[in-house]
Write a protein that binds this ligand. Structure first.
Ligand code: FES
Length: 490
């Protein structure tokens, strides 16, 4: 029977981005059946798939390491996680072999039936009927369905993945993601770039409540929030306190835009302050464990320290971690808060944050490739957007150009280069300019290698004098206005 698999599993199986599969679907290279694709079609598109590739096994071993002692069995009698993963893989291969053999024998039985029909159709049995039949049977049994062997190897891997990872599908959005190890459904969803509703993330507030439509879940820790008996009977559960045992379909609330994210006021504690150069402060903060910040990549907060004037700062970390928040704050002469952070602030100091605000967020409905252009510390919110885009895994290509002017440094250059080295679809260009005119003259270097700009969504975060010129340049170069989002450096 033809085997259908979801895009997430298909991408994992052949080791490509979901965006690459979506491109093949758009171009008609891969067929979809209610959002799923045929395993055989997948193999035809990726004939080079290495069935012996052990990276998946290693990855699963890591997952097992984290998971097995927590949810599968008590720690004292749990088998070695690597041994368990190897056994599951061996069982998957046995299952694939048995499935292959069953299919082959079904073919032989059908052939035998046809032989009997043939013999039955004559007036009398030929003398050599039985020896001919015996010979036919011997040949049929010796014939391997070799053309399907490779599919069976992939079947074994796919079965293995099904055991190790469950898939979550969210209604009504249709978003889907894989959940690994002992992660909660909420953690896995956030890590995959989804804006699921939540508050405390540890079972106190009830904001992550979702309704199970199908599949099986398991509570992984006790929670103080009390679900009513009626809610339980309807299938409601807390995503922050549950993991998936089987593939799950659930109804859950997701933010579709900034208007769906509530304003929050939280006191955070400084964890670390770094000065990568004398123009910027990188501030790492932590919220209370029971009160994390829900935000969208690219949004900003208002920061307040004691009686100093407040300032608006972009969040430069990923929304997948609402507890550990990062800010990259330009140090500006005459701005008391940035000067205080650069000179007097210490670890453990308290900062009051309020927000989030702002619409400089990813257009998640688009699967176009992405162009990010950052100027100086504008790399901060751009970094948050890029990390979010990587988590969503829908863009085919991501281009980042970082222009620094007037002595500002590429203080995150190592991170950007490491993305460029590690990801086939990520391309980084560092540019240095002297003054605004010089920065503008560098823009053709960015767009020159992109081809037609209407194929891209562009995101620009720059010091304000450069913002309009860059936007005008992009639209004059062919980028549709509704595909260019800009933000002035805060
Ligand atoms: S996020 Fe608060 S109970 Fe789940």
């Amino acid at each position: 029977m033809p085997r259908l698999i979801t895009l997430s599993r298909a991408a994992r199986l052949v080791g490509v981005k979901r965006g690459a599969l979506q491109k093949k679907i758009r171009e008609g290279e891969l067929r979809t059946f209610e959002g799923e694709i045929l395993l055989t079609d997948l193999l035809q598109s990726y004939p080079q798939t290495e069935v012996e590739d052990t990276s998946m096994l290693e990855r699963v071993e890591q997952i097992m390491e984290q998971a097995v002692n927590k949810i599968v069995r008590p720690a004292d009698d749990a088998p070695d996680s690597g041994a368990l993963a190897t056994r599951v893989m061996a069982l998957s291969q046995e299952l694939a072999t048995a499935r292959h053999e069953a299919r082959r024998l079904a073919g032989v039985i059908n052939g035998l039936q046809a032989q009997f029909d043939l013999l039955d159709s004559g007036d009398s049995l030929p003398d050599d009927a039985f020896s001919t039949l015996r010979q036919w049977l011997a040949t049929a049994l010796a014939t391997e369905a070799a053309d399907e062997l490779e599919t069976d190897e992939i079947f074994a891997r796919e079965t293995f993945l099904r055991v190790m990872e469950a898939q979550i599908r969210i209604l009504p959005s249709g978003h889907e993601f894989l959940i690994e190890g002992s992660d909660s459904i909420l953690e896995a969803g956030l890590r995959n770039g989804l804006a699921l509703a939540y508050g405390c993330s540890n079972g106190n507030c009830g904001k992550c409540k979702a309704k199970l439509v199908s599949g099986q879940i398991k509570k992984i820790h006790q929670h103080d929030y009390v679900l009513t008996e009626a809610e339980k009977a309807l299938g409601y559960f807390l995503t922050c306190s549950s993991t998936a045992v089987t593939d799950v379909v659930m109804e859950a609330e997701e933010a579709a835009g900034s208007r769906d994210i509530p304003l929050q006021n939280i006191d955070v504690r400084i964890r670390k302050i770094e000065r990568p150069d004398d123009r910027v402060v990188v501030l790492e903060t932590r919220t209370p464990r029971t009160n994390r910040l829900r935000f969208l990549a690219g949004q900003y907060l208002t920061l307040k320290i004691d009686d100093l004037p407040t300032c608006d700062c972009s969040i430069t970390s990923c929304p997948c971690d609402g507890m550990n928040l990062q800010f990259q704050i330009p140090v500006t002469a005459g701005d008391p808060l940035s000067e205080h952070l650069a000179t007097n602030a210490r670890a453990h100091d308290i900062i009051s944050i309020s927000g989030p605000r702002g619409d400089f967020i990813l257009n998640e409905e688009s699967s176009r490739s992405l162009v990010f252009i950052a100027g100086n510390a504008g790399i901060g919110p751009i970094k948050s957007l890029i990390e979010h885009a990587m988590a969503l895994d829908i863009a085919e290509d991501i281009h980042l150009a970082w222009i620094t002017t007037d002595g500002n440094s590429h203080y995150l250059g190592n991170l950007c280069r490491s993305w460029d080295d590690a990801l086939d679809n990520f391309h980084y260009t560092a540019l240095q300019a002297n003054g605004e005119q010089s920065a503008q003259s560098l823009l053709p270097q960015i767009t020159g290698k992109l081809g037609s700009l209407d194929q891209y969504d562009c995101y620009v975060c720059m010091p304000s004098p450069l913002l309009e010129p860059v936007k005008n340049f992009l639209t004059a170069s062919g980028a549709p206005e509704n595909q260019v989002r800009v933000e002035s450096l805060r």
